[in-house]
Design a protein around this ligand. Structure first.
Ligand code: HEM
Length: 375
């Protein structure tokens, strides 16, 4: 346990476990060194102690705060429904060699000293890497001229599902970044009052965009899963890095192996973790206790998974906008030129040409500016 990160995590885990155990098995009355805060107000002995102390040391309210802290060991009465409502602050935990006095403080240290700096560093590294890649390679364009013949790549439904999800994601990402990192780059510029209001508004936006993201993510998953199953051609694509670095042409089906990795890693795996932990934080899953320890665990999982998800989708958003010519148009209008299809997804273009996949799936006349495909 030499490494400071491992020590910090171990300390936090111990603190939460100990606090949960204490909350479940409060110390018997009289065993605690000071009474719980609620009983503190009504226990005559404590009142006496406080009264004497108030006379001899007028400004010393340490016994009161000790009582507040010990309410974790001996919960007081509260008419509010829900877990730990009679506990004013998370149980006091004394464990060897630790600088922390409470599980809440241990959690705060893990958040502020691990998740925030390492998460922020990862996001910055990804942004800089994408910037350098764009500077070196520019936007991936077409080698042959466009034919004017269009293939329908995404239906209305697919685009509606995608953009609902993307708008919810961007709202969550922007509000989440301000909540987590805003105090470093916005607070000095906006000042406390404006930053406070902005963060409060974005926190509410975050809470409501979360369920929209959850539902639309499920729709996106069901809509696109069929064309994201792995195929043996994906191995070739991966081995050649999709030709992203040397410009080589690597054939792929409707979605290439890179897109499939984002789909299974970002949409599916991280999606489950991000949405699951987010629903816990929104207290939307019935039957859970929502104690402080539960919320701390959910917050940590959510923080780590969302940073990874943002890092992944930064790459996706880059290639879907400035990184590749024609990609954004595909998701906006639903159509791609035959040359685009052949240069980026040759096996898919072949299947369309062979009639295995219809070039026009939407059974309506296309927009006049998007001529019907001539197979
Ligand atoms: C501003 C944000 C986003 C932009 C600009 C964007 C852009 C695009 C574009 C242009 C495509 C078409 C790529 C192609 O033709 O192969 C696409 C496909 C796709 N996008 Fe996005 N996207 C965004 C956010 C998201 C988010 C947040 C998700 C899910 C969490 C997502 C999931 C998908 C999926 C599943 C596909 C189909 C390709 C596949 O299944 O691998 N997108 N996106």
């Amino acid at each position: 346990m030499k490494h400071p990160i491992i020590r910090l995590l171990a300390t936090w885990t111990f603190a939460v476990l100990a606090s949960t155990a204490l909350a479940q098995n409060p110390a018997p009355a009289g065993a605690a060194s000071a009474p719980a805060v609620n009983s503190l107000a009504t226990t005559s002995g404590a009142d006496e102690t406080n009264a004497q102390r108030a006379k001899s040391q007028p400004y010393n309210n340490a016994p009161f705060w000790r009582g507040v802290r010990e309410s974790g060991n001996q919960p007081g009465y509260s008419s509010l429904p829900g877990a730990e409502k009679g506990v004013l602050i998370q149980p006091f935990v004394q464990y060897p060699g630790s600088p922390f006095t409470t599980a809440g403080e241990a959690w705060r240290q893990v958040r502020n000293n691990l998740i925030i700096p390492y998460g922020g560093a990862l996001l910055l590294i990804v942004v800089v890497a994408i910037g350098l890649f764009y500077k070196a390679k520019g936007s991936i364009g077409l080698h042959a001229p466009e034919t004017g013949r269009k293939i329908e790549r995404f239906t209305h439904f697919e685009r509606a599902a995608h953009w609902t999800n993307a708008i919810a994601f961007v709202s969550l990402a922007v509000s989440g970044v301000v909540i987590a990192f805003g105090k470093f780059f916005l607070l000095p510029v906006l000042g406390g009052t404006l930053f406070g209001w902005l963060t409060y508004a974005l926190k509410n936006l975050h809470n409501f965009a979360g369920p929209v993201f959850a539902v639309s993510l499920l729709v996106v998953f069901v809509t696109f899963v069929r064309d994201n199953f792995p195929s043996k051609d994906d191995l070739v694509w991966l081995a050649k890095g999709g030709g992203l670095f040397n410009g080589a042409h690597v054939p792929s089906h409707r979605f290439n192996a890179g897109e499939k990795l984002v789909f299974w890693g970002g949409v599916f795996a991280l999606g489950i973790v991000v949405v699951g932990s987010g629903l816990v934080l929104d207290q939307l899953i019935p039957g859970l206790a929502y104690g402080r320890g539960d919320m701390q665990i959910a917050a940590m999982i959510h923080g780590v998974a969302t940073v990874l998800m943002m890092a992944m989708f930064l790459g996706h958003i880059y290639l879907g906008t400035i990184g590749m010519k024609g990609a954004y148009q595909a998701m906006r209008t639903g159509y791609v030129d035959e040359t685009w299809a052949r240069e980026h997804h040759e096996l898919w273009a072949n299947d369309v040409q062979a009639g295995k996949i219809p070039a026009q799936r939407t059974p309506v006349a296309p927009h006049p500016q998007q001529p019907a495909p001539q197979a």
